[in-house]
Design a binder for this molecule. Structure first.
Ligand code: LLP
Length: 429
């Protein structure tokens, strides 16, 4: 349940008027609600309480140091996918011993760094990666904790770019080969300690059914591995979807929670608990989007309006470099005026300043007929928003703000032009 709502005609995050933040920090700016993050995480932890379940927050969704620090203080672990993410977690006060390290192309320096820091487990994606870790661990004189990501071949019914659990995807080891691979590890890789099994079938799943299917398919293997290798955990991955469409829940919490077609924490937990409980294993869950997705908006300002031959365009000061989701995944984000409008709507494209036709945040959208100078809030921008931003078109990275009740803090200053070119240099000749 998020905490963005109109109060006295102005959109607020918790008790802070978004226009105040824009006046002081400028736009575009990502504004996160601490309460939403804390509440959503607590809801998930409570719902999974009947299991020995542990959250490993997927850092890639939003990796700002302040957000990671907040997670660390709430006692969650982290699912990381690079040496850089591990460094961030440690730098933010997180415990490497609570990190699972995923990814299909880990390099030797990254593997060494992860082992030196004592990560909880390296989740591997191929036999060759396992052999490489076995070699490195041998050189370091240690046993490396590993799990393998099993690809259960279950369609997650989500966008093709974020489906990961079918034969067409680069991820994991096919379910038909996983038992043979574990036997190979046990027989041939003495520097590895088989610690668990991992899976992740995709992101932004809006139904419970693919999770259920995947768990049902893999459970018998997990039970066998518990017997054969005494595995300690099963990570069932992340992927719980959020509501992007109809996310402004001002004053309608029952309606928000009760949308029948949308996965909820409750429906997810109710479906998976009975399947997992009999295994008697530690269960890891790696949510990213569900924890931070609805917890932020991106504040932007309408710069111009243009009436084209067939369309009306509202130009804003944020581009696909700030949020790439609409361009890359046809992602849908609601767009709300910061100052409430009464009934005056228009069908328009909301487009940015980037020199690409793919640079839109909404197309053919009925929205409030905002005028140049007005502020807009792009909703549900907390996950894969800033973390996927770039400086394309030499646009400095946006600012980030964390709201806590009636207080707010800058958690990332807007990048300066000098910072944007830092590291670039002329050839020495
Ligand atoms: N675990 C693994 C191994 C993953 O690859 C991911 C996401 C997660 C957990 C977290 O998934 P979540 O709970 O956030 O769905 N940029 C895309 C999403 C990419 C997801 C990549 N992997 C988007 O904006 O929709």
């Amino acid at each position: 349940m998020h905490t963005f709502a109109y109060k006295n005609g102005t959109l607020c995050c918790e008790d802070v008027n978004l226009a105040d933040i824009a006046a002081k920090v400028g736009t575009p700016t990502f504004v996160y609600s601490k309460k939403t993050i804390v509440d959503d995480l607590a809801e998930l932890q409570q719902a999974l309480a009947p299991l020995d379940a542990h959250v490993a927050y997927a850092v890639k969704a939003c990796s700002n140091k302040a957000i990671l620090n907040l997670m660390a203080k709430m006692g969650v672990g982290f699912d990381i996918v690079s040496g850089g993410e591990l460094w961030r977690v440690i730098n933010a006060g997180g415990d490497p011993g609570q990190c699972t390290y995923a990814g299909v192309a880990k390099t030797e320096p990254e593997i060494r760094y992860a082992l030196e820091q004592g990560v909880y487990c390296i989740n591997c994606e191929s036999e060759n990666e396992l052999r490489e870790i076995n070699r490195i661990a041998g050189e370091m004189g240690i046993k490396a904790p590993v799990a393998v990501r099993v690809n259960p071949h279950v369609d997650a019914h989500t966008h093709k770019y974020i489906t990961t659990g079918t034969h067409e995807n680069k991820f994991g080891v096919d379910i038909t080969r996983i038992e043979a691979l574990y036997a190979t590890i046990a027989a041939e890789m003495p520097n590895l300690h088989i610690k668990g099994l991992q899976m992740h079938i995709g992101s932004q799943l809006t139904e419970v059914e693919p999770f259920v299917k995947a768990i049902q398919k893999v459970s018998p293997i997990v039970a066998k591995f518990k017997e054969q290798y005494d595995i300690e955990f099963w990570s069932i991955g992340g992927g719980i979807g959020i509501v992007y469409d109809g996310c402004l829940a001002s004053g309608q919490p029952e309606w928000w929670a009760a949308r029948p077609e949308q996965i909820t924490i409750r429906s997810y937990a109710e479906a998976i608990i009975p399947l997992l409980q009999p295994l008697g294993l530690k269960i890891l869950i790696e949510p990213g989007r569900r924890i931070v997705g609805n917890a932020a908006v991106m504040l932007t300002r309408c710069v111009y309006e243009k009436k084209g031959e067939v369309k009306t365009f509202k130009m804003i000061d944020a581009g696909m470099n700030d949020i790439i989701r609409p361009a890359l995944y046809e992602g849908y984000h609601e767009i709300w005026p910061v100052t409430e409008h009464q009934g005056d709507t228009i069908t328009a494209d909301i487009v940015g300043p980037i020199c690409e036709s793919g640079d839109f945040q909404a197309q053919n959208r009925e929205i409030a007929d905002v005028k140049p100078g007005e502020l807009l809030a792009e909703m549900s921008a907390g996950a894969y928003g800033f973390s996927m931003a770039s400086t394309y078109n030499s646009r400095p990275l946006a600012a980030e703000v964390l709201v806590d009740g009636d207080k707010w803090h800058i958690i990332r200053h807007r990048q300066t032009l000098e910072q944007m070119v830092q590291g670039e240099c002329l050839p020495e000749c």
